[in-house]
Design a protein around this ligand. Structure first.
Ligand code: BGC
Length: 755
């Protein structure tokens, strides 16, 4: 057989077996649905919560009884494996059609092995590492019945006041898309039916990160061109990567809530993008459409179903009103059937009909949770997530000798290490920065400790809504006494490590802040430490970008340590003592002041770009337009020199490929990794285009003195954008190719590209 014929036969075989599988699923589900009453079909569209972790005011009652009556198809965020097992027993043994329950949970950055918060992980610029972390989370969660996770959150966020910025991959659509694909792949693996993979649920569809004023659940107002060019790409990338489900968001789009928005859930998601999975609402989002002014519960439930929503989370709008709407001709049986089929398909693909208990395994749990390898991966992920923001006089890395004063309300509090959405945690395996410094510094380092301050005295932030059990209670003394104690230990030390920032409860859902600086108690402590004249290394723990203009001007070194999870303290110490050379780069802009927000690197030009010599230009009277740290920023213990980008051609046509070589040299004394970033600008087009946009990057390790040319290929795909008619096009003309170490410090080359 010749090669071509052989390839054709193999392809036909693959296609046929795919079709066969699908046909088998179709006929299985058709048979099942023939036996189901309308009420039971509506039951499959109902997702409930029975205890566990809730994020709204409503919770459900009599869940077991409703399962027996076929009124519940899925259950979320139950903490107890025994109770999930009991519910599954009831579903498959006592309900009429024996349809298994789908159990979901917010497994956001690890299940038992807790990784850094997603925003931190994105600073690694290593999608492969995020995939690995998601794989481990799936392996662990699926031992206790969970087959579905409400992750990844891929909402682009340009507003750090929004607490949920912690859950995403930052402000860039291109990087966000790479992260979204990786995480979906990590959870779902190659085979969704395997007992150690789980279905991803991409959220929050859509544009939830653009909540006005950075206030959670608030209105969103964006033009279509902005949606298509910046905000929608990561959701699309996740869909293309095969995500099995999507969660509709709380916000409105064009003044219609996402959950009842037919343009969004049907025209865009299904007709344009070809999404084949199911769509679940966010927590009581159907009911919340009443507050949005869309009608009563029956009306909003019908609106949601007709828009393309398949499953109602917690609010029971579908359960209690769809039958009535059907009888009154307000929805059709076809619409109910379509949604029911999609939910049953998900259960089928997960293998739940073959074995409803396949995701429960005490044996796997005993062997596979938090293995030594998993902990190693978590530590590695922490190391790659940290971003060195400042390092004056090369105070870092610290010597493994002398006296270190470790100070701050976050220096020794295990519960604060993990970050938002850590539903199941075991604080005994968590390391704090103080632990890490003691473990890593060795016998040559004398460690002193003082709490120095409380986290804050701001009412509303003092008592966190959610705190992991076993969290250390900070010492409550007067601010002056706490500062004096800290200053006394600082004076005895060679260097001060101040661990400051945010409580883990200040980011995540419903955790927005209007002021994103260090709270004044901590700021006063820091000022007192700096006033001692000792070198001060500020280690930040936080879930969002902070405003740090004073800190950047006055502190000797700053390490952005985020909420790193269980291995955080050890990993911070590895970086402080130079066992690891930091390589993380920011995926969000750090503004100077809240007044600048939204501040993001890929903005459009104005007609009057800022010019200090010209009053009538786009600027502030009191501060500059610039951020403290731009997107893509991050230092290393070594230094890198960039040469000018070298283009393979200066003029191209049509579908040719442009190759760009970026000469890079490690000019420092230690080996280090650099994220070489490639941006493109399209200065003249039919719509105004951003000053630059990330289009690729490469992370490379160089030995001291080593040079390498980093190569990127560029095609017209990298020049394309959505025009005013929302057509995806590229327009011929001149383009600027930028390469550099962050979005601000770049070198440029020009190219002309004709049709
Ligand atoms: C959040 C979602 C989450 C859901 C279930 C909601 O309040 O917005 O992100 O998945 O609760 O816990």
């Amino acid at each position: 057989m010749n090669r071509f014929l052989y390839a054709t036969v193999v392809l036909c075989f693959i296609l046929l077996s795919g079709c066969k599988k699908e046909n088998r699923m179709d006929s299985y589900i058709s048979n099942l649905m023939n036996k189901m009453s309308t009420e039971e079909k509506i039951g499959q569209l109902n997702l409930e919560i029975s205890g566990g972790y809730t994020t709204g005011s409503s919770v459900n009652q009599d869940v077991q009884q409703k399962i027996k009556e076929g009124k519940i198809g899925s259950v979320l965020n139950s903490f107890s494996v025994a109770s999930m097992k009991a519910m599954q027993e009831i579903a498959v043994k006592e309900s009429k059609n024996h349809i298994p329950i789908l159990f979901g949970m917010d497994v956001i950055h690890g299940y038992r092995t807790i990784f850094p918060i997603p925003l931190a992980m994105s600073c690694s610029w290593e999608p492969g590492m995020l995939e690995k972390a998601a794989r481990i989370a799936a392996k662990e969660a699926t031992t206790s019945g969970i087959a579905w996770t409400y992750s990844p959150m891929v909402d682009i966020a340009r507003d750090p006041r929004w607490g949920r910025i912690a859950e995403g991959a930052g402000e860039d659509p291109w990087l966000g898309s790479r992260m979204a694909e990786a995480v979906v792949k990590g959870y779902q693996g190659e085979d969704l039916a395997a007992n150690n993979t789980m279905m991803a649920c991409v959220k929050h569809f859509a544009l939830y990160g653009a909540a006005e004023a950075g206030r959670d659940y608030n209105t969103v107002e964006l033009s279509r061109v902005t949606m298509y060019n910046y905000y929608l790409s990561p959701y699309k990338a996740a869909v293309d990567a095969g995500a099995g489900s999507i969660m509709s968001s709380f916000n409105v789009i064009d003044a219609v809530p996402s959950t009842g928005n037919r343009w969004l859930l049907t025209d865009l998601l299904r007709n344009q993008w070809g999404f084949k999975g199911f769509v679940v609402s966010d927590y009581t989002a159907v009911n919340e459409m009443i507050n949005h002014g869309m009608g009563n519960l029956q009306e909003v439930s019908a609106l949601a179903l007709k828009a393309g929503l398949d499953m109602d989370m917690v609010g029971e709008g579908f359960l209690t009103t769809l039958k009535k709407s059907l009888d009154e001709g307000k929805v059709t049986l076809d619409q109910i059937n379509t949604a029911c089929r999609r939910v049953l398909e998900a259960k089928y693909k997960l293998g739940l009909f073959d074995d409803p208990f396949r995701y429960f395994s005490e044996e796997r749990a005993a062997k596979e949770i938090s293995t030594a390898d998993d902990i190693k991966t978590a530590r590695e992920m922490c190391l790659k997530s940290m971003v060195l923001l400042k390092n004056d006089k090369q105070v870092l890395p610290l010597k493994k000798s002398g006296t270190v004063a470790v100070v701050g309300p976050l220096a020794d509090n295990k519960g604060e290490m993990l970050g938002t959405w850590t539903l199941l945690n075991n604080l005994s395996s968590v390391s704090t920065v103080l632990d890490g410094i003691r473990n890593t510094g060795g016998s040559g380092v004398k460690t002193l400790y003082a709490q120095g301050s409380e986290l804050t005295d701001v009412e509303g932030m003092k008592t966190p809504y959610y705190a992991p059990s076993g969290m250390k209670k900070p010492e409550v003394k007067s601010p002056e006494v706490l500062i004096n104690e800290a200053v006394n230990v600082a004076r005895k030390a060679d260097v001060v490590v101040a661990v400051l920032g945010e409580s883990a409860a200040w980011s995540g859902e419903a955790s927005c802040r209007a002021d994103i600086g260090l709270p004044s108690l901590q700021e006063n402590l820091l000022k007192a430490l700096v006033a001692t004249g000792k070198p001060v290394v500020l280690v930040l723990m936080n879930g969002r970008p902070l405003t740090l203009p004073w800190e950047n001007d006055n502190v000797t070194a700053i390490l952005e340590g985020w909420n790193l999870g269980m291995e955080g303290g050890n990993a911070v110490a590895d970086v402080l003592f130079g066992n690891y050379n930091p390589s993380g780069k920011l995926t969000t802009t750090f503004p100077r002041s809240v007044g600048q927000i939204p501040l993001y690197y890929n903005h459009l030009n104005t007609g009057r770009p800022a010019d200090p010599r010209n009053h009538y230009t786009s600027k502030y009277l009191d501060i500059s337009n610039d951020p403290v740290y731009p997107f893509g920023y991050g230092l290393s213990y070594t230094t890198f020199a960039y040469g000018d980008p070298v283009l393979s051609k200066n003029e191209l046509r049509g579908e040719e490929t442009l190759t760009v070589k970026v000469p890079l040299t490690n000019t420092g004394k230690v080996a280090g990794e650099e994220v070489v970033q490639l941006y493109i600008a399209d200065p003249v087009a039919s719509i105004s285009r951003p000053v630059k946009e990330l289009k690729n990057f490469s992370k490379v390790m160089l030995q001291p003195g080593e040079s390498k040319d980093i190569k990127f290929d560029i095609t017209t795909k990298d020049l394309s954008f959505y025009n005013s008619e929302l057509q995806y096009v590229w327009e011929p003309g001149e383009f600027i190719i930028y390469a550099g170490t962050n979005s601000r410090d770049v070198k440029a080359a020009k190219v002309t590209w004709n049709k």
